[in-house]
Design a protein around this ligand. Sequence first.
Ligand code: ADP
Ligand code: ZN
Ligand code: ZN
Length: 723
Amino acid sequence: MRIVRVSLPVPLPQLFDYTSEDATEGDVGRCVRVPFGRGEKSGVIVAIADDSAIDAARLKAVRHVQREVAPLPRDWLELVAFVARYYHAPPGEVIALALPPGLRRADAVSDREADPLLDVSDAGRAALSAPRRPSRALALLRDLVALGVVRHSVARALPSGDALADALRRGWIVGVRRANPADAAGELPQLTAEQGAALDAVLAAGPGFVPWLLQGVTGSGKTEVYLRLAARTLEAGRQVLMLVPEIALTPQLEARVAGRFPSATVISLHSGLAPGARSRGFVQALEGHADIVLGTRLAVFAALPRLGLILVDEEHDASYKQQEGVRYSARDVAVWRARQRDVPIVLGSATPSLESWQHARAGRYRSLRLSARAVASTLPAVRRIDTRRVRLDEGLSPALQAAIGERLARGEQSLVFINRRGYAPVLSCPSCSWVSPCPHCSANLVVHLADRRLRCHHCGCDSVIPRVCPVCGNQDIQPFGRGTQRIEARLVELFPDARVLRVDRDSARTRKQWEAMLATIAAGEADILVGTQMMAKGHDFAQLTLVGVVGADASLHAADFRAPERLFQQLMQVGGRAGRAHLPGEVLIQTEYPEHPLYRCLVRHDFDAFAARALDERRQAGFPPFTHQAMLRADAPALDDAMKFLAHARRLAQDSAPEGLQVFDVVPMRMTRLARRERAQLLVEAGERALLQEFVGRWIAVLRAQRLPRDLRWQLDVDPLEV
Ligand code: ADP
Ligand code: ZN
Ligand code: ZN
């Protein structure tokens, strides 16, 4: 009888002991199902022992050990332990987050090659040249001979693909063994001098841990650099982990990666996958069959026995930080992971996070620069339109309208960027100044004229648009302000012959819809796009030559100290969509503050000047990255309960705060009420990360032992993005 020590997804940082008849050391890292309370839970075996602190008679037996797949390796358990330690989260919860649910439940998982490589056999070629009646199977053979080795899914999708089973049965098509995964398809572009220098620098530094910051303007060919590095890694027989910020970006990149390495096993891992597919992908990575793992933040938890390189695209993107549960930053965890496994990591962006940029400036990361575009000869011209002295037509200046008109006449595409979806941010009554509030949040309901609803963008609740003011009965209530739908409606009126396409989370709700929209745009079947930040990222549209920015000023004066950084990144990214191929691009920014330093840097494409300036301000104000922060947040139905709990936490903190730790005042969060809960926060800060970590560890242990009022919840956020 052995003791099996299990990490379970419970909000306690402890391990649980069970007995097992047949467990061995080899079971460490395997998933198990165990009885827990009256039910059952699943977790991971982290140790095998001979005795337990708990009386053997009281221990229960494990129910099932998942032995069909390889156990999670020790370095993976260390990764989980690190994340638990750094973000002060219970290890079991980190495991629950890191493992695909099916695998953790110790369900049967198949790592059968889901999509084998196929080729036409000698028999198939003979059949093609023999005199035969035409058949669908022969048509398929002809298609495949033309294509070469393809994956099952590709063959199946051909017009002749329904004959695949028949052709396989006849032995005309056979599975082929993996070819060399590093084999690149087609003619590779000649690298630019800067790309070549970047590649050489990384290769010259060798296979060990080096953190690189690849700062390259949009369209400078960062992805090409990633692909060349990936090829070298595959040649060395090792695996590549590539992180992208959003699921929406995965299809295009997946196609590009799979197209470059047709015989490599490319796995994508993100939360949009069906559970079976996610488990299968994870297991393929774990067992070393996957060559390239491409995914969103949760892919940083892939177990990769042959890991040789980590790539983090758009490293500045806020979606690398999980905003609930275990609030980890996948980018930061990726850097730790690269050090742990002693492999290089490349963080790439046109607009790095100020944290990474500062690391590079201080020499902790090494810099790679791509300052020129790979194809388009120049960066787009950025101009400011001073809107203080012009009459706007539904938010659109005459200059922007004229520029759109020119593009239409030339058959080019325009994008109007407004980072606000819906028709108008609020419905209001001019006579009593009522505005449409969300009943559950401290936010207003947004007018969605497309489906005639008022909707809260925070809690999702919605209601019909009232005909009269609910307070004074005035019949003349008006949508106030502007969102994508309103701009879209006006553009349709102004340019009746143009095809106007709105791209936001309402119009592209599913991955299918989003892909269809991308295809429509790429095919040139839309003339004017109206889009939110969904349009800002990563996409390449050859015909898009104009980007008009509307309503950006609001972020200049936001209270969050990171707001200018985000605005600059967003505008530089969205501006980068203009003129990506051979047509020159133009960006027009409508603003009432044309002399604002942020816009002046933007006009010069001078990210470095912006970053240096913003960092100076942060240094003076004592903000990150010059200090390190942790935020304790609490929420409850009554604000008073949340504030009281935090005030208590604050007293506990002050009792044990070391020198150099600053404990701020308890304050309600800026958006105090969310989904019927009132929220408050307490910030602690220190100049030294180690000091903060050591303190928070002790503090959290004390907080976990506190009795809480019913219905109060609290969470800790290390390195919070929003303060
Ligand atoms: P980024 O990731 O920096 O935005 P990409 O890698 O997507 O840039 O490259 C932008 C465009 O330039 C793509 O269409 C890509 O195929 C092309 N490209 C990249 N490098 C080269 C090169 N050396 N020669 C020709 N075209 C290139
Ligand atoms: Zn009114
Ligand atoms: Zn709401």
